[in-house]
Design a protein around this ligand. Structure first.
Ligand SMILES: NC(=O)c1ccc[n+]([C@@H]2O[C@H](COP(=O)([O-])OP(=O)(O)OC[C@H]3O[C@@H](n4cnc5c(N)ncnc54)[C@H](O)[C@@H]3O)[C@@H](O)[C@H]2O)c1
Length: 245
């Protein structure tokens, strides 16, 4: 028996990186998934590989019309929505002195407005499906201040705060909302440091290595599953203990 048997999930930014792995893990655990991304070719390829259990919908998470299409496609193909993983995001580094106002606006548009729109558009269908779980992917940059992560950090702190407000408001509708805060995770677009640098980066961590995508997927699956039925509104840090510093 899978942890997500019978559930239907929407996973954004799932053409590559952690989102792709989440989509594979959700299907392995018995869910049917709507994979969305800006990258059409890679998204379609993944959905094709996952077969009948997956549907790809091209989407810009900042577009309200795209969210309407994603919700309609999910309901038309699978008839319900039980889980939403807000994984799509953008990232770059810049000091406060280097960043531009347009850069900050762009980061907030994708990483914050995208997550807000997702919850705003998907929650009614989730309520009508009998409730569900939303997992918002933040970062350890949304837990403390990391130099050169001003715009990205602001966006990920916002996701953390939005998660708590949504948990308050959507709880009575049967919807749980949690945030996940990964540290450096290998095999992703946002963490491309060569293995030879890992020792320098991670050697002081209690678990002195980069994280695996599968380790984050296991947490996201748990938060989307009924096994976490009494957990809402919390930050779930997955970073090998780096936050202890
Ligand atoms: N990689 C890490 O080490 C790390 C650490 C902490 C947090 N995170 C967070 O985890 C999540 C996944 O990270 P990753 O490194 O796997 O990402 P990634 O860069 O590998 O993939 C992100 C995906 O999002 C898509 N995307 C970007 N903008 C979009 C938009 N406007 N609409 C739709 N799709 C869009 C991209 O096309 C891409 O496929 C992100 O929220 C990221 O902030 C990553």
């Amino acid at each position: 028996m899978g942890q997500l048997d019978g559930k239907v999930a929407i996973i954004t930014g799932a053409a590559q990186g952690m989102g792709e792995n989440h989509a594979r893990a959700f299907v392995e655990e018995g869910a049917r998934v709507v994979v969305t991304d800006l990258q059409e070719e890679a998204g379609r390829e993944l959905a094709g590989e996952l077969g009948e259990a997956a549907l790809f919908v091209a989407q810009d998470v900042t577009s309200e019309a795209d969210w309407d299409r994603v919700v309609a496609a999910a309901l038309e193909r699978f008839g319900r929505i039980d889980a939403l993983v807000n994984n799509a995001a953008i990232w770059w580094t810049a000091t406060v002195l280097e960043e531009t106002a347009d850069g900050l606006r762009k980061m907030l548009e994708v990483n914050v407005v995208g997550v807000w729109l997702a919850m705003h558009k998907v929650a009614p269908a989730m309520r009508d499906s009998g409730g569900g779980a939303i997992v918002n992917i933040s970062s350890t940059a949304g837990i403390h201040g990391i130099p050169e992560h001003g715009a990205y950090g602001a966006s990920k702190w916002a996701v953390r705060g939005l998660t708590k407000v949504a948990a308050h408001e959507l709880g009575p509708l049967g919807i749980r909302v949690n945030s996940v805060h990964p540290g450096g995770i290998k095999g992703t677009g946002m963490f491309q440091r060569p293995e030879e640098e890992h020792d320098a980066i991670f050697r002081h961590n209690p678990i002195p290595r980069a994280g695996e995508r599968s380790e984050v997927s296991a947490l996201v699956v748990f938060l989307a599953s009924d096994a976490s039925s009494y957990i809402t509104g919390h930050e779930h840090v997955i970073d090998g203990g780096r936050q202890l510093w």
